[in-house]
Design a protein around this ligand. Structure first.
Ligand SMILES: C[S@@+](CC[C@H](N)C(=O)[O-])C[C@H]1O[C@@H](n2cnc3c(N)ncnc32)[C@H](O)[C@@H]1O
Length: 244
């Protein structure tokens, strides 16, 4: 398993050349995004890679104030070259050097599917958001929190045939994730989800045949927030939600 630092060389640049057009999005990603964007929104994109999501977001809403952060310096360098009009920083998603409530929308896609520390990242995203947190995550019922990334990984084959490395193939326990989100402080105003079961990709080595590709939208609450509105009915999973 290689680390992000080990991947950070010229040969891996195309790994970070990811999605940049609205047509690159999965239909489930279009469920919440257009509903949360608004003119003037301050957006933080965690794990922005080479910045393509800036192009996607401004196609949906041109008047956003965008900051993209990623742990990989070569990706951020490329992002700055391609989109000099946006702000990009090399930062670790678990330690965001921003004040509480700085951004209207904190977005993170295709990161928690390779990064096992979802709790640390979601907690930071929620802290620096003043309104919405939008993230994708793979869920399964009843798998618990122990994962062996020697047995669950994804092979990244770059265009240069000789370069292959692996990243963790992360699947999280559905009830544990929802429980975690519902206990964020201050208590969320709302938690919504959408998604579908999908066969795992051929490049993935994992004990699972299919996983629930899930998009979660968390709306931040205020101190003294009442019950969280939970709407996960669009997900093909029956969640066990204990006392909030
Ligand atoms: C597949 S790219 C996602 C690109 C883009 N967000 C998208 O949805 O197309 C995953 C990115 O997450 C970054 N990443 C992984 N763990 C991270 C962390 N802890 N903090 C910040 N970035 C991270 C990687 O460096 C990589 O650039």
């Amino acid at each position: 398993m290689s680390t992000v630092e080990e991947q950070s060389n010229e040969g891996t640049i195309d790994y970070y050349e990811v999605r940049r057009e609205v047509t690159d999005l999965h239909p489930s990603e279009m469920v919440f995004l257009p509903r949360v964007l608004f003119p003037g929104a301050k957006v933080l994109d965690v794990g922005c890679a080479s910045g393509g999501f800036f192009n996607i977001l401004r196609s949906l809403e041109p008047l956003i104030e965008y900051t993209g952060v990623d742990i990989a310096a070569p990706a951020i360098e490329l992002a700055r070259q391609q989109y000099p009009e946006a702000r990009f920083e090399v930062l670790e998603g678990t330690q965001l050097p921003f004040e509480d409530n700085t951004f209207d929308i904190v977005h993170c896609t295709k990161v928690l599917v390779i990064e096992p520390r979802y709790k640390e990242i979601l907690k930071e995203m929620y802290r620096v958001s003043n309104r919405f947190v939008l993230a994708d995550i793979r869920l399964l019922k009843g798998i618990g929190s122990e994962q062996d990334f020697e047995k669950s990984f994804y092979r990244v084959q770059l265009t240069d045939d000789r370069v292959e490395f692996t990243v963790p193939y992360v699947v999280n326990d559905a009830d544990e994730v929802v429980e975690f989100v519902l206990h964020l402080k201050p208590k969320p105003k709302a938690l919504r989800g959408t998604g579908y079961f999908h066969r795992v990709a051929d490049e993935a080595e994992t004990p699972h045949d299919e996983v629930c590709m899930t998009i979660l939208l968390v709306q931040k609450g205020e101190q003294g927030q009442g019950e969280t509105v939970v709407d996960l009915n669009d997900l093909p999973i029956e969640f066990l939600i204990t006392g909030q």
